[in-house]
Design a protein around this ligand. Structure first.
Ligand SMILES: O=C(O)[C@H](O)[C@H](O)COP(=O)(O)O
Ligand SMILES: [Mg+2]
Length: 299
């Protein structure tokens, strides 16, 4: 049963118990470019109490560096080494876990975040924002020569998705069973400032359906990003709390990592998802309406 936080002492209890605070971004700190009310004050409060603050986002549209620009623009204090995104985790996974040979390339469905992180890791790629792939012209195999060096397809949130990209990714995966099918994350929806939109998982869904094959998904709830954090920061999982808005990514990620979990209701998850007959079996340790609720601690 999740503990519903409401009193000042409830929030004080979290400060006493947890030294490391991992924040999901979309739906927790902001929606699109609209900050959640109180997010900055609460992050400043945590840092003033010597808490370690990190950001763990499945949003692959931005690299860590371009996320740092977003944080700066929104006035949120963050160091690039505190920012972990699924584009970064995917690039690290391909270079360090897959160990993709240097003569191999990655076909990308996605945006600059993935491209920048692959470049940072020295991984050769094609597709992505290439104008030749970002076309609404009809796609025909008769006019296409696949790149024989492609050894993996990486699919992430792509707001310029089209039939050409899906067809090329499909062909790479169909013609070579050894070609890796990777997804930065599989969130079904994206909480924009104006409302829900299809998420990364819905961008890759046509490939799953056409191929009858599931990708390896690298973002939350998989442990890859936690491994990336562990590689750079010492922290005690027993004194670490994951704050998220989506049960099957953020809260499950926290549970998989033996972290405490705090669900907020400013993003994807609504009250009806956690109460009543259709409540999800994924139960967070704590629930509060918004991260802004912790402002009660600011004396
Ligand atoms: O579709 C997506 O990729 C996700 O909705 C989105 O970007 C999740 O970001 P997060 O909530 O993990 O910051
Ligand atoms: Mg979120």
């Amino acid at each position: 049963m999740a503990a519903r936080l409401s009193l000042k002492q409830d929030y004080e209890g979290l400060l006493d118990k947890y030294d490391t605070w991992l924040f999901d971004c979309d739906g927790v700190l902001w929606e699109g470019d609209r900050l959640v009310d109180g997010a900055i004050e609460v992050l400043d409060l945590l840092r003033s109490r010597n808490k370690s603050v990190m950001f763990v986002t499945n949003n692959a549209t931005k690299s860590r560096k371009s996320y740092k620009t977003k944080f700066d623009k929104l006035g949120v204090q963050a160091h690039v080494d505190e920012i972990y995104g699924s584009a970064f985790a995917s690039a690290v996974y391909i270079s360090s876990v897959v160990k993709l040979p240097k003569d191999k390339r990655v076909y990308v469905i996605g945006m600059t975040g993935i491209e920048e992180e692959l470049r940072e890791e020295g991984i050769s790629y094609l597709g992505g924002t290439d104008p030749a792939d970002n076309t609404l012209e009809p796609f025909t195999l008769a006019n296409w020569t696949p790149d024989p060096a492609v050894g993996a397809v990486l699919c992430g949130l792509d707001t310029s998705i089209n039939y050409t990209k899906l067809s090329k990714a499909f062909q790479y995966l169909l013609r070579d069973p050894a070609c890796l099918f990777l997804a930065t994350n599989e969130d079904s929806t994206y909480p924009s400032a104006e409302g829900l939109l299809p998420g990364a998982g819905s961008i890759g869904a046509p490939l799953r359906f056409a191929l009858g094959r599931d990708p390896i998904s690298i973002g939350k709830p998989a442990g890859t990003m936690l491994e990336c954090i562990k590689a750079k920061h010492d922290f005690d999982p027993k004194r670490t709390i994951m704050i998220g808005d989506r049960l099957n990514t953020d809260i499950q990620f926290g549970k998989n990592g033996s972290l405490a979990t705090l669900l907020v209701l400013t993003g994807i998850t609504k009250e009806s998802d956690i109460t009543g007959p259709n409540a999800s079996p994924t139960v967070p340790d704590y629930v509060t309406k918004s991260i802004g609720d912790l402002r009660v601690l600011i004396s």
